[in-house]
Design a binder for this molecule. Structure first.
Ligand code: GLY
Ligand code: MN
Length: 456
């Protein structure tokens, strides 16, 4: 414990210096959308009641008659788990349907034969002794009804009884996400043995397909996660110089995340310099940078349950060599070709073929006898949302409201040369919006920002 505290205070000192360079208030002002504010302490952010209601309605229309039961994530225990900096994070499906950050809760929806939908939220009773240790919780009562917009809120210990009662009036399947080997599954098994639901069906495919298209409330959170990540990219570019350790760059980035209100990282920050630039998911971040290095920064803040994922590759000395510049521009061209083709109806597979064809056509002799396409060793895109590699069928044609990354890369291990450029893209009615456009992307913009010349 002492060791942790000492290293913590050292980090605070160096981060304070960064705080002076990049005043927190100024950064916060650059974000246009105000974050929802919690109404009660310890309850998480305010819930978008209309949006969560619309998602629940869309779900019950898709499932039809039956009972839907969605568990929250369970609370954690400092004594028995290695928690480190992993604070409580809500289950994505429960969050999607309730907006609620409370642990150990259940949402139950009963779709009656008449089509009427009954909504019930089950929350653990408050425990004043425990709250002294782990903070105030939302218990069953009028506050919970008002904050969630769910009209029936009950103590958690009435959940089994309520399910048994519902089973008598609501025939049909039991729809639930299944988490093998968990206490939630044991509970579901008990319900089945007691005759709740004629069968169990996973609600995951329906929810995953719904999560592919973001609604307005989701996009507020998604955009903010990306805006924060863009600021972190800019802060890192302005601070980088040869001799810095990768973890110092990581510290600037994650300082920016937290100082702008991000809840956590969406995934471990990847700061790969020199030889590490060619390791796709390198996140040890302990090497000291050397003159001539490229640094791949693949980072994403999580805000309000939504993650960003933005990669920039920069020369540690602030200027690309001619070879680095040539390969960087090739990757950028491939990315732009895919972005230009992004519109409703196209698939990720087709975008990938477009990016690869660009590399095939434009490599010249940059990669010897073959083309640089052979050094593009990963997928072009993934869905983005509550998960950095978000849920959803990857063969789904794009539609307005979907968010994906476009991230070609070239990795030539023998030259310690890895370049990845990744942006977060919203599919619009007739094309695409680059949500992460605020992070300098061209050679000229990156070199200008690193040289201290202002880039708008
Ligand atoms: N940002 C890491 C990845 O997309 O795999
Ligand atoms: Mn990615």
């Amino acid at each position: 414990m002492m060791k942790t505290m000492r290293s913590h205070s050292r980090a605070t000192v160096s981060l304070f210096v960064i705080g002076v360079l990049f005043p927190v208030d100024a950064m916060a002002q650059s974000i246009s959308v105000a974050p929802p504010v919690a109404e009660l302490p310890g309850m998480g952010r305010a819930i978008e009641i209309d949006a969560t209601r619309a998602r629940r309605q869309a779900l019950t229309e898709r499932t039809g008659q039956g009972i839907i039961a969605i568990p929250a994530a369970t609370s954690r225990d400092l004594e028995s788990e290695v928690l480190q900096d992993n604070d409580f994070r809500q289950d994505d499906y429960f969050f999607y349907l309730t907006g609620l950050e409370s642990p150990d809760a259940w949402l139950v929806m009963a779709v009656h034969p008449s089509g009427t939908v009954e909504l019930h939220l089950f929350l653990p009773e408050r425990n004043p002794q425990m709250e002294q240790w782990t903070g105030r919780k939302l218990g069953p009562g009028p506050d919970a009804i008002r904050l969630t917009g769910i009209p029936n809120v009950h103590p958690l210990d009435s959940l089994d009884r309520a399910l048994f009662a519902l089973q008598r009036t609501v025939p049909g399947p039991l729809f639930t996400p299944l988490y093998a080997g968990t206490a939630e599954n044991e509970r579901i098994d008990r319900w089945l043995q007691a005759g709740v639901g004629v069968d169990v069906r996973s609600v995951v495919p329906v929810l995953d397909s719904m999560r592919l298209v973001k609604d307005d409330a989701e996009m507020v959170r998604q955009r903010r996660a990306i805006d924060i990540t863009v600021e972190a990219q800019r802060a890192a570019m302005q601070a980088i110089e040869p001799g810095m350790f990768e973890y110092q760059i990581e510290a600037i980035i994650e300082y920016t995340f937290r100082s702008m209100g991000a809840d956590r990282v969406g995934f471990p920050s990847i700061i790969g310099s020199g030889p590490n630039s060619t390791t796709l998911h390198y996140d040890t971040n302990r090497r000291q940078t050397q003159p001539g290095d490229l640094v791949v920064m693949d980072i994403g803040a999580e805000y309000g349950q939504y993650s960003a994922d933005v990669t920039r590759t920069v020369p540690v000395e602030g200027r690309f060599t001619d070879r680095q510049k040539a390969i960087y521009r090739l990757v950028l061209g491939a990315q732009q070709a895919a972005i230009d083709a992004t519109r409703p109806g196209i698939t990720i597979g087709e975008l990938t073929r477009i990016a690869r064809a660009y590399l095939e056509r434009n490599s010249g002799d940059l990669c010897g006898a073959s083309t640089c396409n052979r050094y593009f060793i990963h997928g072009l895109s993934h869905w983005l949302g509550m998960r950095v590699h978000d849920v959803g069928d990857y063969s789904t044609p794009l539609a307005a409201g979907m968010v994906l990354t476009i991230e070609p890369g070239i990795y030539i291990e023998a030259e310690q040369l890895g370049i990845r450029i990744e942006d977060d893209i919203l599919v619009t009615d007739n094309g695409a919006e680059i949500l992460s456009a605020g992070a300098p992307r061209s050679v000229e913009e990156i070199e200008a920002l690193m040289a201290g010349r202002l880039v708008p």
